[in-house]
Design a protein around this ligand. Structure first.
Ligand SMILES: [Zn+2]
Length: 311
């Protein structure tokens, strides 16, 4: 098995009423935890790399880690650039072997977003690579993406047909109330997603794959694991898993998960050191971190995304 695009995955996911998990990767233990989980439940995967991850780990290291995961698991894996902000960055990932890129022109005007997305689509499609774009703006912070609540905006359904037709893009990230980072809703605030917008988009773009960013559930178990072991996270409320299941049963074919991985990894490392303060062998604390990621991803695939058995 070689790297694949997300075209077939999305087609089957749309028809089957489930979603593909898109998990952010930064190092070997994260790649291993995610792909070992997917292997055990036979799920197709999107592994995604942000500009920040690419800077941290280096393009070649990440490529080779993902190639190793394909050899070890024999799963269909799509390697995706998360939040590409320029044509040059997308081009560099396409030239470097990624099978999918996101061009995020959501901070531009509608017209400029179309022009930039179209430029990336033309370059990508000529090389067999697929493209995700974004309409509307999510609030929150993720690597280089930082949008205040005031600047966030829901996707306007009456713009989606023109955008997709003019750009030729393969999938579309929309803003319906999810947000980047661990602090999605304030304490006391009730998590809400605009399923009416999703339904309207689905009506206007039949059979077209929709993407949900900022979709971590901020699982209390891991937040508590951090706070009970010397950490200090303010109250964090994520997207309830039943809302993600509902989105997956609709037009959403790709659900992005990053913050939950970070919390699982950090929680288990903090717990390890609280219990073993004199240990200093990185393998000792990275092993439970990798196991925590594996358990989390398996649960997401089976209980939230519904992509188990679909590889
Ligand atoms: Zn995102």
């Amino acid at each position: 098995m070689a790297l694949v695009t997300s075209t077939e995955m999305f087609k089957k996911a749309y028809e089957g009423g489930y979603a593909i998990g898109a998990f952010n990767v930064n190092n070997m233990e994260i790649v291993q935890g995610i792909t070992e989980a997917a292997k055990e439940v036979n799920a197709p995967l999107i592994l995604q790399v942000s500009a920040g991850a690419r800077k941290y780990a280096n393009h070649t290291y990440l490529m080779k880690l993902v190639e190793a995961a394909i050899i070890e698991t024999n799963l269909p894996i799509c390697l995706h650039l998360d939040h590409g902000d320029t044509f040059e960055l997308c081009k560099s990932c396409i030239d470097g072997g990624f099978t999918s890129v996101m061009i995020d022109g959501s901070h531009h005007s509608f017209e400029d977003n179309i022009a930039l997305t179209k430029q990336v689509v033309e370059y990508a499609h000529a090389r067999g690579v697929v493209v995700e774009a974004e309409l509307g703006r999510l609030a929150g912070i993720e690597d280089a993406v930082n949008v205040s609540d005031a600047d966030a905006a829901f996707t306007k359904p009456d713009e989606v047909e023109e955008f997709v037709t003019k750009t030729g893009v393969d999938s579309l990230a929309i803003a319906i109330g999810t947000s980047h980072g661990a602090y999605k809703f304030k304490p006391g605030q009730k998590p809400q997603l605009r399923f009416d917008i999703l339904a309207e988009v689905e009506k206007r773009l039949p059979k077209f794959p929709i993407v949900l960013h900022g979709a971590s559930s901020v699982i209390p178990e891991f937040v508590e694991m951090i706070n009970n072991n010397g950490g200090k996270m303010p109250d964090a409320i994520g997207i309830p898993e039943e809302m993600l299941r509902k989105a997956a049963s609709m037009a959403v074919c790709k659900i992005n998960i990053d913050s939950d991985l970070r919390l699982a990894m950090t929680g288990s490392i903090r717990k390890y050191f609280a219990e073993n303060p004199s240990h200093f062998d990185p393998r000792q604390y990275l092993k439970p971190a990798r196991e925590a990621i594996k358990g989390l991803v398996k649960n997401k695939i089976v209980n939230v995304l519904g992509s188990d058995g679909k590889a």
